[in-house]
Design a protein around this ligand. Sequence first.
Ligand code: ARG
Length: 468
Amino acid sequence: SDGVVRRDRFSGGPARSFLSSLAADERIFEADLEVDRAHTVMLAEQGIVEDDVAGQILTALDAIEVDGHDSLPDGEDVHEAIETAVIERIGAEGGKMHTARSRNDEVAACIRYRLREDVLESIETTLALRESLVAVAEAHAETIMPGYTHLQPAQPTTVAHWALAYEGAVRRDTARLLEAYGRINESPLGGAAFAGTTFDIDRERTAELLGFDGGPASNARGSSAEQRSAVVVENSMDASSSRDFLLEATQALSTHATTLSGLAEDVVIFANRGFVDLSDDYSSTSSIMPQKKNPDTLELVRAVAGDAAGGVQGLTTTLKGLPRAYNRDLQRATTHAWDTVDAVTEASEVAAGAVATADWNEETLAAEAGEGFSTATGVADLLAANGLPFRTAHELVAHAAENSAERSSADSHAAKPRDNGADYDALEAAARDVLGEPLESLVDPDAVEEALDPAASVASRDSQGGPA
Ligand code: ARG
């Protein structure tokens, strides 16, 4: 009861700080207290530790929580430091807290407990981003804009169609994170070092106390929180040493970051072309060029995909080839997941804000929507619908596009080189060149004019999932 801790033989060497995870463990300080509480309650309920001792331990844990992580005594990690602090407060009896467990199942439980919260937060950012994208789509269901393939003008579409394309992708990101959440949300506690324990513990009870119910996506799919029951990672060696839940979560975050990077890149390009104005809150200026308004936030969002891919790589490489059961390498695996979840959650939140507050320049978008003969596919479709084989129609319109491009480079100083009239004339010439017949002999000129109009072109593409 003098509070002396037993690890003195190992405590003071030159590798002390290299071994210690105490600073990084601040992240799981609260989680460790919760895990300690659940374990202590279970030990008392099972008659393994006397009720009054358990009560003293719980009281000590509350006081330690109030004092905070920074007041912990030195230790190899937060688990050891909190145990030492309990013993300092209530004497050697405090050491009963560590009956029937190991730091190996303890740390796995702490990581899962904390990561659950972090992944939920990241899921919330995906929901906020989807709401932003849906709001843009509602406001711009009819706002015509150029669509691109290979970053070349391809076919006109709408801002809503663009926004909902990303909403669909982020929806799948949400689903992947929920899947990962379900498998994080299982209890390793009671695995002990890896080989279980001689004590009559109740693993389901600690799982229940800590809310490890496998939900929402594993065995508990579709059931309400009340109906779910505790889920333990059954095999004690698996429980204490597996980290595939970390990898899965980090991969899901990396996938989301990759989605975000595409979205960010699109908006950077759109800002460059004057299609969209970011709000000042999401822009930066230059220290030398007074006129500048730069999309720095989105460039950083784009870069976070690199951090996240690096996190997956670091974690995978650390876990690769690790033998069962516990190895200390695992201590350095965890930080990759924390870094990734922090970076991606922040990026997702910023992307949602930038999208929600941006202004779309409808006039510029409309003027640019027909650029580069972007309605050519619609004209080819029209010719094909009038009986010309599609391949011949493609050839005819390609020929017109070439003529049209030559005309516009001859006229390259014009701000907006094309209009429907020029494209109509080019089609007329192409019909004579390719078919030896005037365009009217194939198709009603009014229908051609309509097909050349970007808004009409969008309205006519009413197939499932199309921009109309
Ligand atoms: N701090 C360690 C970790 O993060 C847990 C301690 C287990 N240590 C041990 N020597 N078995 O993985």
